[in-house]
Design a binder for this molecule. Structure first.
Ligand code: MCF
Ligand code: FE
Length: 406
């Protein structure tokens, strides 16, 4: 048994003083240090830096590890030139992305307090690294393919990768499904994958309404995607509509990534169906996609997570860097309230969305913790989320399932 005694404890989305946590693999008790010492006289007491804050381990719901080799290769600024640059450089980038590169991407996340992440996997090449990293991984096998003629073959390949990830369930892998997007997945295989997610209760996620070009293509078969589909697939018609795509997920709560170009009505519809949103502010900025109307999610009480996306559309995988970006991007939102929602978006929200036994400091939850320290005493308990986002770059200590990994 270990007892950790932070200056501040993040409990029920608030901060409290004078509380300690006793844990082994799971959280056993939360009380004053004196009481916990009486209850567990043999327990090891962990020393802390001054002004320490204990959070549950952070959860980054959306990352593409296979693209971790990218630094300056891909073209940023607007979506279609980025996509063209992905297609042009994909083979080389993925070929150069060996296990060491992906492991250091995992380490970057560890340093920022991430104890669980969602890996969007196009080819399955990161599976081995995901079994080796100390983090828990929701392994989203990506389904892609818009043409009817190749759909069956691509679906079979997807099933094979899914089966391989299921084999790794005892190495911290949670098998899951990623639909690439409405424009790139044929409705017939989409429906098969959604039914599979429902039947086997697999987590499911999809990129959705990321760029203006995507919206225009799905609404009217026009815009930048027209040239793209004519060039690569000799087609001038989208395979689905926005409505048809959204309705495909009616029975299965789905984590939709981006949704920057979704209308208020579409967001409300998704919220009513029990879906949630992954918000990737830096990716959206770098790919010229715009700003997610986070205020609409807040008004509708719709659950969202904040995520980094991959190094294919970001400069770091630090979840704290991502929260700093979100804090600055949504400049009209009340500051401390936004900071508090952002902390929720990487702790209890993702845990609830994916039914993880973590994301909260609560008796019975897994002992996943990110211990950080502020540079000075915070002026109020209400300011701690904000001051954490502003000042913390690296966690002091990190625990996963009670094991100290940093
Ligand atoms: O989330 C970003 C932007 N939106 C879509 N896809 C990706 C992102 N980062 C990497 N990707 C991958 C995606 O998984 O790039 C490929 C897919 O495999 C694009 S489609 C050729
Ligand atoms: Fe993505």
């Amino acid at each position: 048994m270990t007892i950790i005694t932070p200056n501040y404890l993040y409990l029920n989305n608030k901060f409290q003083e004078n509380l300690a946590v006793a844990f082994d693999k799971k959280i056993q008790a939360i009380d004053s240090l004196e009481k916990l010492q009486k209850q567990y006289p043999e327990a090891k007491i962990e020393e802390q830096q001054p002004n320490s804050v204990l959070y549950p381990g952070f959860i980054n719901t959306h990352v593409h590890l296979e693209f971790s080799k990218n630094r300056t290769t891909l073209k940023y600024g607007s979506f279609m030139p980025w996509l063209d640059s992905v297609i042009k450089n994909r083979e080389e980038l993925i070929g150069a992305c060996d296990n060491n590169v992906m492991m250091s991407a995992c380490k970057q996340m560890l340093d920022s307090g991430v104890t669980t992440f969602g890996a969007i996997s196009s080819f399955g090449t990161e599976l081995e690294v995901c079994t080796q990293t100390p983090q828990k991984v929701i392994f989203f096998n990506e389904l892609i393919g818009s043409q009817a003629v190749t759909a069956d073959m691509l679906y079979a390949d997807f099933l094979e990768r899914l089966a391989e990830s299921k084999n790794c369930a005892n190495s911290g892998i949670i098998p899951a499904i990623a639909i690439h997007s409405p424009y790139s997945v044929h409705p017939i295989v989409l429906q098969r994958a959604v039914s599979l997610a429902k039947k086997e209760r697999l987590p499911i996620s999809s990129h959705f309404l990321e760029s203006q070009a995507e919206r225009e293509w799905l609404e009217s078969d026009k815009g930048d995607f027209l040239e793209f589909f004519e060039k690569f697939f000799s087609t001038s018609r989208a395979v689905t509509t926005i409505d048809e795509f959204m309705h495909s997920f009616n029975q299965v709560p789905t984590h939709f990534t981006h949704a920057v170009q979704a209308t208020k009505e579409e967001l409300a519809f998704l919220g009513n169906k029990g879906h949630s949103i992954a918000h990737c502010p830096r990716s959206n900025r770098l790919l010229g996609c715009g700003r997610l109307a986070i205020e609409t999610l807040i008004e509708n009480d719709m659950s969202f997570t904040t995520a980094t996306d991959g190094l294919s559309s970001n400069n770091t995988l630090s979840i704290l860097d991502e929260l700093r970006a979100a804090l600055m991007l949504h400049h009209l939102a009340p500051l401390e309230k936004l900071a508090s929602l952002l902390i929720k978006s990487i702790t209890s929200n993702p845990a609830e969305i994916f039914a993880l036994n973590s994301g909260k400091i609560e008796v019975g939850k897994d002992a996943d913790f990110a211990l950080v320290s502020l540079p000075d005493k915070p002026s109020s308990l209400e300011s701690i989320a904000l001051q954490t986002i502003l000042h913390v770059h690296k966690v002091d200590k990190l625990y996963i399932g009670g094991d100290k990994v940093l």
